[in-house]
Design a protein around this ligand. Structure first.
Ligand SMILES: Nc1ncnc2c1ncn2[C@@H]1O[C@H](COP(=O)(O)OP(=O)(O)OP(=O)(O)O)[C@@H](O)[C@H]1O
Ligand SMILES: [Mg+2]
Length: 423
């Protein structure tokens, strides 16, 4: 049977000692050099009460995943394969539970993988939020089969935002669902940046595949392998080696290795545009000028084309024009080259709440025309929209457009394309 991390009394190996130390002792340390990532990761100060964390044996997890069978495979990422499993446990009050979980098995690629595993246990083991995936437990065994490092998460039945935004089949995630998912993801980031007692957590790998969806499509951030503790009081940034995913990392982080929470805000801006356009930030199979999402959207930024011609065609016009414009404007604020000027994630949450409310108030229409029609006849679209809107709505939209223009000019001055990120 698995046991609780805090209660474990049997003999365990050095990795488990390392984890237990992380969970129990959080003393501040100093130093910001790029070489001491691990030290800083362990240097968390006061943190909230850690949730129940279970220690599983390799044998238990192997049995639960039917010897890591392909029929249980959920997918594979940079860390390793993820399997679905049912685990039987007895909780603190003695009740037997069968929980559906996802088991991530680390590729046996040495120290780097171990460091990411440790980072996940460390950060996920101490945070608790409706928009952050719950770590159920872990396994760390060094046996004759080698180094076994596994993580056990709550199971997320609706896969990831990536799966729904870039589907292989015809299923399309609605505009409303997209907005709610982005609002939840923003809340998750705001919690990590601003709401944990005593520390700031920088996620460092915000992208659509790391936004998982539960049975109600509530988004939860996953993959804390690259997460870092933010700068200490009086420091402006943390210096690190540059890691992350190409197309999502902030330009100043790529060029200097200086990491701040505003790097996550940049990545959030990229994902906002991906959500709007239904395109990945980098798509190598497209014509050269369309491969980089930000490059492709330049005609909109220069005011040469309207936002509706960049909205995901898969929505077939079922989106709100005002909301799309507001989302684009918010994305541009997040993508400001000057990190200082980018909004805090708590401000992004407030703006997204307002945008979501626009639909609830019923003062906007949904574009019933397919996107191809919108492109061919933008003028008639304007006419249709105008007749459908109240005078109050028209005025609000004009004010909105002015705001958008300011943002666009600011963004064009500031933006330079990302070349490469070292993995
Ligand atoms: N808790 C979970 N519940 C259900 N499915 C999950 C869970 N965690 C991960 N998955 C699925 O497992 C697959 C691999 O996830 P993983 O996070 O390892 O890689 P990734 O996010 O696709 O890529 P990267 O390694 O770049 O983060 C994905 O399809 C993901 O949706
Ligand atoms: Mg992932």
């Amino acid at each position: 049977m698995p046991c609780l991390a805090q209660q474990q009394s049997e003999a365990h190996d050095s990795s488990q000692d390392e984890v237990l130390t992380l969970l129990k002792i959080r003393t501040p340390k100093s130093g910001t050099s790029a070489d001491c990532d691990n030290d800083r990761m362990m240097a968390c100060t006061a943190a909230p009460k850690p949730p129940e964390l279970w220690v599983f044996t390799y044998t238990e997890l192997r049995a639960a995943t039917r010897n890591f069978s392909r029929s249980h495979l959920l997918g594979e990422g940079g860390f390793g394969c993820v399997y679905r499993a049912n685990l039987k446990r007895t909780n603190r009050s003695g009740t037997h539970i069968i929980e559906e979980v996802a088991v991530k098995q680390l590729n046996k690629n040495g120290q780097q993988g171990h460091k990411e595993w440790l980072s996940e246990v460390h950060f996920l083991g101490m945070v608790e939020h409706p928009n952050v995936v719950r770590l159920v437990g872990y396994c760390a065994e060094d046996n004759d089969r080698g180094m076994q490092r596994l993580l056990v998460y709550e199971f997320m039945p609706n896969k990831s935002l990536e799966y729904h935004l870039f589907p292989k089949g015809p299923a399309v995630i609605s505009w409303e669902q997209r907005l709610n998912i982005m609002l939840g993801a923003a809340r998750g980031l705001a919690y990590l940046h601003e709401e944990i007692n005593g520390i700031q957590v920088i996620f460092r790998d915000f992208k659509t595949s790391n936004i998982l969806l539960d049975k109600d499509f509530t988004p939860k951030l996953s993959d804390f392998g690259l997460a870092r503790q933010g700068p200490e009081l009086g420091e402006s940034h943390v210096t690190t080696v540059v890691v992350g995913t190409q197309g999502y990392a902030a330009p100043e982080y790529i060029s200097t290795g200086h990491l701040t929470s505003k790097s996550d805000v940049w990545s959030f801006g990229v994902v906002l545009l991906e959500m709007l356009a239904g395109r990945r930030s980098v798509e190598r199979n497209r014509p050269k000028n369309e491969q980089q999402l930000l490059e492709w959207m330049k005609p909109y930024l220069k005011g040469q084309r309207k936002i509706e011609s960049f909205v995901d065609e898969k929505l077939e016009g079922r989106f709100s024009l005002i909301q799309a414009e507001r989302i684009a404007a918010l994305a541009l604020q997040c993508l400001n080259k000057s990190a200082r000027v980018r909004p805090l994630m708590s401000e992004v949450v407030e703006k997204l709440k307002e945008i979501v409310k626009l639909a609830e108030n019923g003062n906007i229409e949904v574009n019933a025309l397919p996107c191809s029609n919108i492109r061919r006849d933008e003028a008639s679209m304007e006419g249709t929209r105008d007749t459908m809107q109240s005078k109050k709505g028209q005025f609000r939209q004009r004010v909105k457009r002015l705001t958008c223009k300011v943002d666009k000019r600011q963004w064009l001055r500031a933006w330079t394309p990302i070349k490469a990120v070292h993995a």
